[in-house]
Design a protein around this ligand. Structure first.
Ligand SMILES: [Zn+2]
Length: 45
């Protein structure tokens, strides 16, 4: 597991890795604002 910076949605359970975030940092599911946070996620190889 790896501490990974992600953007999580303020409204739904949607989130995205920083590395794959959309340029506007909006939620990929509902389009709302997201908040940066750290999560432990499996490393992408
Ligand atoms: Zn959302």
């Amino acid at each position: 597991m790896l501490d990974t910076e992600v953007y999580s949605c303020n409204s739904c359970n949607g989130w995205m890795r920083k590395d794959f975030a959309s340029s506007d940092l909006k939620c990929p599911l509902c389009g709302d604002e997201t908040t940066a946070e750290m999560r432990e996620l499996p490393e992408i190889l």
